[in-house]
Design a protein around this ligand. Structure first.
Ligand SMILES: NC(=O)c1ccc[n+]([C@@H]2O[C@H](COP(=O)([O-])OP(=O)(O)OC[C@H]3O[C@@H](n4cnc5c(N)ncnc54)[C@H](OP(=O)(O)O)[C@@H]3O)[C@@H](O)[C@H]2O)c1
Length: 287
């Protein structure tokens, strides 16, 4: 059984590739640049393509059985996703596992959530067997805060105080590989969320303890945050992420025990916690 993985050079896709190989699946990766093949395990087949190019995307899909579809947060995310989905439908792939996002239906004013909701709609409507994965905030996002945490001691993500759902990428990848290699996951939507909720002040306190220094939460002034992010990413992207974070703050993004229990059953273990992720990461930074 061969699976085409999109986003295979990225954070989640690279772990999905490893989990599929571990389960004995054959993997083909759709990558944009031939050089990127060096990042992949040697037994992964490579198809050079671009999700904005239907011809190359169709070539990449020929001869595979299933698709793991992950789209980057880009301005044309919906077009890229529907090109891949439309071709998968036309050539009759046996299954598509789609990487969506937690509570997607409650954030229809956030551009990248709205794209994912539209793709979920297509998956449900057009009859190709599918599984939808809806992860919370990636714990591994916070690896990018290393300099601020270990330097001035600042926790910069405006996560608010109420507590939001988080997901470890390794759990996302396991869920993806299970849905693609085992029976019984057709037409299922799985929330990928850990049981402990994370917050700005809570994460600052946790990192203080782990790093043995004071770490302060910088608060949630969304205007300031968006302005700062414009220096680091395109302004549409800063806007999109601000809408998401402000949405978490205004409407909540918490997981329930029922959602966690369902994921525990799927994975066969308790979802990894932010506390465990942070402890492991702090150890790596110290060494
Ligand atoms: N971060 C979070 O907290 C969070 C939470 C829930 C859901 N998500 C979702 O997770 C996804 C991002 O996952 P990630 O962090 O693993 O992504 P990532 O590390 O940013 O990787 C994106 C991947 O997409 C590929 N890509 C970009 N444009 C492409 C194109 N036109 N054609 C083909 N491939 C293309 C990139 O390839 P190159 O190597 O060529 O650039 C890369 O492999 C998004 O859909 C996001 O909404 C994120």
């Amino acid at each position: 059984m061969k699976v085409l993985v999109t986003g295979a050079t990225g954070n989640v896709g690279s772990v999905v590739v490893a989990e599929l190989l571990k389960r004995g699946a054959e993997v083909r990766a759709l990558i944009r640049k031939p050089d990127a093949a060096q990042k992949l395990p040697p037994n992964v087949e490579v198809a050079i393509g671009d999700l904005l190019d239907p011809v190359l995307t169709e070539e990449a899909m020929k001869g595979v059985d299933k698709l793991f579809l992950l789209n980057a947060v880009v301005a044309d995310e919906l077009t890229q996703a529907l090109i891949a989905y439309g071709i998968a439908k036309r050539i009759g792939l046996k299954h598509v596992t789609y990487l969506s996002v937690f509570k997607v239906q409650e954030f229809r004013d956030v551009p990248h959530f709205a794209s994912k909701l539209a793709v979920e709609g297509a998956l449900r409507e057009f009859g190709v067997p599918y599984t939808i994965l809806r992860p919370g905030y990636y714990m591994q996002n916070d690896i990018g805060l290393k300099d601020a945490l270990t330097g001035p001691g600042l926790y910069l993500m405006p996560l608010g105080t109420a507590g939001i759902a988080a997901a470890d990428m390794r759990d996302i990848a396991e869920a993806a590989a299970i849905s693609l290699t085992e029976e019984g996951h057709e037409e299922q939507t799985y929330d990928i969320v850990a049981s402990s909720l994370i917050s700005g002040p809570g994460n600052a306190a946790l990192w203080s303890q782990l790093l043995g220094k004071e770490v302060k939460y910088t608060g949630h002034d969304f205007d300031q945050w968006e302005k700062g992010m414009r220096a680091r990413m395109p302004s549409w992207s800063a806007f999109d992420l601000r809408m998401m974070l402000q949405g978490y703050f205004d409407r909540g993004f918490a997981s329930t025990e029922t959602e966690v229990a369902r994921l525990t059953k799927l994975l066969g273990h308790t979802p990894r916690s932010y506390e465990a992720f942070a402890a492991e990461t702090a150890e790596t930074w110290k060494s």
